[in-house]
Design a protein around this ligand. Sequence first.
Ligand SMILES: NC(=O)c1ccc[n+]([C@@H]2O[C@H](COP(=O)([O-])OP(=O)(O)OC[C@H]3O[C@@H](n4cnc5c(N)ncnc54)[C@H](O)[C@@H]3O)[C@@H](O)[C@H]2O)c1
Length: 436
Amino acid sequence: MSNFSRRNFLKTSALGGAVLAAGLPKVHAAETDGVLKVALVGCGGRGRGAAVNTLNADPNVKIVAIADAFEANAKGAAEGLQAQFEGRVDLKDGVFWGLDAYKQAIDKADVALLCETPAFRARSLRYAVENDKHAFAEKPVATDAPGIRSVLESTEIAKKKGLTLVSGLCWRYDLNVKDMMERILDGAIGDVTSGRLTYLTSQLWKRPRQEGDTEMMYQVRNWYNYAWLSGDFNVEQHVHTLDKALWAMNDAAPVSCYGLGARMQRVEQPANGDIYDSMAAVFEYGNGTTFYSLCRQQNGCWGENNAHFAGTKGFATVLGGARITDLDGKVVYQQKKVPSDMYTLEHVEMYKSIRGKIDTINNGEYMAKSTMMGIMAREACYTGKRLTWEEMMKSDKSYAPSSYAWDGTPWNVQDEQGRYKIQVPGIGQVYHTVTR
Ligand SMILES: NC(=O)c1ccc[n+]([C@@H]2O[C@H](COP(=O)([O-])OP(=O)(O)OC[C@H]3O[C@@H](n4cnc5c(N)ncnc54)[C@H](O)[C@@H]3O)[C@@H](O)[C@H]2O)c1
């Protein structure tokens, strides 16, 4: 049996991916059947979706506060949710906006849904657990190593206090993906020796500057396109696939990583910020297991979002066309998908945990590690270096500003030609122009 012992993992985790916290939640007695008050932080597409999932998951939860960086987003979400869920959304004196509004919202609740722009997740999570709140934390949970260390500390605080911490890495709650991953962890393909991890899709959105926007407002509005805010696209989106690799290794982190990346279609400035649109990375484990990771956001190209694993006894494909074959290519298991609404299921499990109906869920460690895999690959691609997990975990490198304020100065500002600095492997961060 290797260090990444799969069968033992299954014996200790009936939840298939949930890390069970030590100790009993101190808040259970009061919360067994009572009304749980919920705060939503980040009122964009996913935040509004998570609010709906939470209300559908448990009949006895109520949304009592919401917060967003922008007034219009907070008020828009408040209006929409109140209209859709009459009687279950009570936002009298509960609508807040501004970069620090998360505190006021979280103060009013038992449970915090943290669905804001990724750069701010580590600090809202810390605030939630320090103030004895259960949390649902969307992915990714940070955009740099200091953020990851903070999330790991918050994970420990939650464990010690018996608070529930559920990750928005929703595939861990999907019944079909769980079925495939549990088979892999139970040895269906033997020891995992390599994996092919893809998220090959089209460009995502860009948001225009609005009248009166400071540079900080513009960047937070257009957050996807800045590494300090989204982590870059491989952290923000591909983390879902990286997490499946981590899962296949029983949540053991890789030892090192190298890669290559560029921005080929995202050339216009300043709308495309400073992120790449293509990255390939190789993750190396101490036992020789290697994962090959490919992600791309470019229009007009072939697409795939999947995780394929090879083992000493066969092969597995986890998402589209989920199946297991032996070493000769004979299909030994062809999955027939069952209905599975992972976005609701993660909230159903969260409330069962908070109400003491199952062991306390704490997904903190894996959500931090898979986010870190993305950050490590991004830095390997940006710099052209081979990086180790150990050095990344100690790294103080961050593209975040020293403080968050609408009149503050972000790390990357436009030059007189409206260009942001772009990372060029082997060279560094430079202002340069690419035209088509
Ligand atoms: N699990 C999934 O499948 C999934 C799907 C989509 C998005 N997400 C994640 O959810 C998060 C939000 O994504 P989205 O698609 O809703 O983006 P979005 O832009 O629609 O919403 C983000 C919201 O956060 C707000 N915000 C920014 N800074 C804030 C702050 N300091 N405090 C409070 N609010 C702040 C923004 O103003 C915006 O309204 C991201 O981390 C994203 O990766 C996860």
